[in-house]
Design a protein around this ligand. Structure first.
Ligand SMILES: [Zn+2]
Length: 136
């Protein structure tokens, strides 16, 4: 199984609460206080109604595989590591997050499969949010 690199993210000010929470193993999503929509990625206006009244929702960290691909050739930090899984996970709260699936056999992944968040420490504060299949 491929061991993925864990590059340190560049933290934009509007995303700082998200990254701070990842260091504690919590997944936060921005949510609009006016229309109630939770969304991904963090930004300063609601993508649904353009309100700037936003807060943070503590997400469950659960979701399902919306789409995925097995990537044979990565770039940058991912160059030369072998195959890994790039996926969109549809979170239980609604937004879709581009991420990696880990701790799984890529050949066994199915669309709709239930997954849970795992937090991969970068060693410099934030952790990267990836997902693994839920085992029942
Ligand atoms: Zn809104």
């Amino acid at each position: 199984m491929t061991t993925l690199p864990i590059p340190v993210p560049t933290v934009a000010p509007e995303a700082a609460p998200f990254w701070d929470a990842t260091a504690e193993g919590r997944l936060l999503l921005p949510r609009c206080d006016d229309c109630g929509v939770a969304f991904w990625w963090p930004r300063v206006v609601c993508p649904s109604c353009h309100s700037q009244n936003l807060s943070w929702l503590v997400a469950t960290g659960r979701g399902s595989v919306y789409s995925f691909t097995v990537t044979a050739r990565g770039s940058d930090e991912y160059a030369g590591i072998g195959e890994y899984v790039l996926a969109f996970v549809e979170l239980a709260e609604g937004p879709k997050m581009l991420t990696n699936l880990v701790d799984c056999d890529p050949a066994a992944i199915e669309i709709g499969q239930e997954v849970e968040a795992v937090f991969c420490p970068t060693g410099e504060g934030p952790a990267l949010v990836r997902f693994r299949p839920l085992t029942t």
